[in-house]
Design a protein around this ligand. Sequence first.
Ligand code: SF4
Ligand code: ZN
Length: 351
Amino acid sequence: MQCPVCVIMPVQCSNCVQRRAVLKRPKTGHSLCKDCFFWAFEEEIHQTIVSAGLFNHGETVAIGASGGKDSTVLAHVMKVLNERYDYGLNLLLLSVDEGITGYRDDSLETVKRNQQQYELPLKIVSYEELYGWTMDAIVKQVGLKNNCTFCGVFRRQALDRGAMMLKVDKICTGHNADDVAETVLMNVLRGDIARLRRCTAISTASDGEGAIPRCKPLKYAYEKEIVLYAYFKKLDYFSTECIYSPNAYRGHARAFLKDLESIRPSSIIDVIHSGETLSIKEGVKMPVQGTCSRCGYISSQALCKSCVLLEGLNRGLPKLGIGKHHRLHGKILAQEPLTEQEEKKLKPVDF
Ligand code: SF4
Ligand code: ZN
């Protein structure tokens, strides 16, 4: 039998105490009406932007747009806040076309509609034009095990290259709180101290890394709330998973975090907080950032990861960029042939 009180009294919004609540905020547990939720969600992002000093008046900012929920919500909220608080930003959309038939071609159609809806300029850079390889072709050569390593490295550089073409001051990406917490967990599990130190930074400008400063205005926004915001705002986004998405390691970290969240919603913020407050003890060796001798991109080795992966693809030795083969960089740079033994180790036998 239903509780008679619930039948008679629908839950009121705990903020305005006027309208009927339509949701319980995953982050705080508050029952809110649609308008109060929109306001709370947008204000928190505004607070994140202001307290971290992410942007300066007059800057040109590229929003990394994939057509997915995170970047669509980011584009929408950035436009709203830019107007509401007169940030004075010149916003534009920047997309990367990885060349994944049946996935990215469809999601880019969503970005093109967003471009019209938000009246923002759009630039698309493709792996094919930048590297001469599409992800479809890469997967044909490397298989479905390490494909995301290629894709992730190439995307990072592609966004930077696109941003340089557009002469923007900053790039902002749709990474949300769940993404950051997952990354903290993954870096702890892998013992990747250098990445662990960097991954909670809200802006890469703060640690001098990266070609063009990047920031994450949604760093404290819960994925569940991003979905709710997109749903209630009726935003146009693309929700299909990539057809080449094995990424098993992140999947486990994600499942673990979701379990924790269901018991204690603050777990996501707590993990981020732990990552932010960790300090590295003295004497731990950190990679020294330099530049790639081939393409000039930032790199802690003689060749950047992207150039090594590309060289591996072009030589038919895709394992060159997977694992540690730094000692071969000198040979690659000098265009020297590898020994039979070295080649054998890098052939795609166990992909
Ligand atoms: Fe690229 Fe992997 Fe993401 Fe697909 S799942 S877009 S291959 S990184
Ligand atoms: Zn390079």
